[in-house]
Write a new protein. Structure first.
Ligand SMILES: Nc1nc2c(c(=O)[nH]1)N[C@@H](CN(C=O)c1ccc(C(=O)N[C@@H](CCC(=O)O)C(=O)O)cc1)CN2
Ligand code: GAR
Length: 219
């Protein structure tokens, strides 16, 4: 019987409450999950997710971006923590800082993000309000590899939700976040397990991932 491949050592980067982080931590408890969450970092010392990570037994530290003269210095401090922990994959989960090109390129193919829209629609912020303003009947969330251009990286997986009559940004975001908590653990498993690989600017899925219908999760 072949030995199970080593779990990828993952750092989750947050800025806020960390609900996606909690979903990932819980998913990674499965013995056959291909990743282990070994570190949580936040650019905001007041992030509630730091407390939730520590409660889950995960080392969690704040690196306050305001304490650095520029983005490059902040990113270098991130890199030092990631190196010290032997991190192999970075998972951005509500991490609200734009990373420098140098940092992103150093982690090419090893850093993913979840965005609360069906990219390439509604890059940037305030996605739910913008989807409502645009009269969308479908909305959702996207897990993508991170590239220097904001929210433009190759897509790993998406989940869609209906926009219902009477929805406002709060009701819509509440529907989307439920799908985020399903999508992100599934997408990280694909990436950590080598079933969704960034190659030549596109995501190549293995036969196993294709058979699992991994790229799209239904309503
Ligand atoms: N180079 C990249 N960096 C980041 C990416 C990316 O795709 N390329 N994804 C983001 C996550 N994100 C949306 O998914 C996002 C994060 C932050 C911002 C933003 O405008 N940040 C402001 C500060 C906002 C704040 O502190 O509240 C900024 O950095 O000046 C937009 C989109 C993570 N990084
Ligand atoms: N542009 C990035 C972005 O907007 N990310 C979004 O921030 C929220 C974080 O919630 P969480 O801290 O509860 O996971 C999530 O909805 C995530 O999609």
């Amino acid at each position: 019987m072949s030995a199970r491949p080593e779990k990828k050592r993952v750092a989750i980067l947050i800025s806020g409450r960390g609900s996606n982080m909690v979903s990932l931590i819980e998913a990674a408890r499965a013995p056959d999950y291909p990743a282990e969450i070994v570190l949580v970092l936040s650019n905001r010392p007041d992030a509630a997710g730091l407390v939730r990570a520590r409660e889950a037994g995960i080392p969690a530290r704040a690196i306050d971006h305001k304490a650095f003269p520029d983005r490059a210095a902040f990113d270098a401090a991130l890199q030092a923590e990631l190196d010290a922990a032997g991190i192999e994959l970075i998972v951005l989960a509500g991490f609200m800082r734009i990373l420098t090109d140098a940092f992103v390129e150093a982690w090419a193919g090893r850093m993913i993000n979840i965005h609360p829209s069906l990219l390439p629609l509604f890059k940037g912020t305030h996605t739910h309000e913008r989807a409502l303003d645009a009269g969308m009947r479908l909305h959702g969330c996207t897990v993508h590899y991170v590239v220097p251009e904001l929210d433009a990286g190759p897509i790993v997986a998406q989940a869609a939700v209906p926009v219902l009559p009477g929805d406002d940004a709060d009701t819509l975001s509440a529907r989307v976040i439920v799908q985020e908590h399903r999508l992100y653990p599934a997408a990280l498993a694909l990436v950590a397990g080598g079933d969704a690989v960034l190659e030549g600017g596109r995501v190549r899925f293995t036969a196993r991932a294709r058979d699992a219908g991994a790229a799209i999760l239904s309503l």
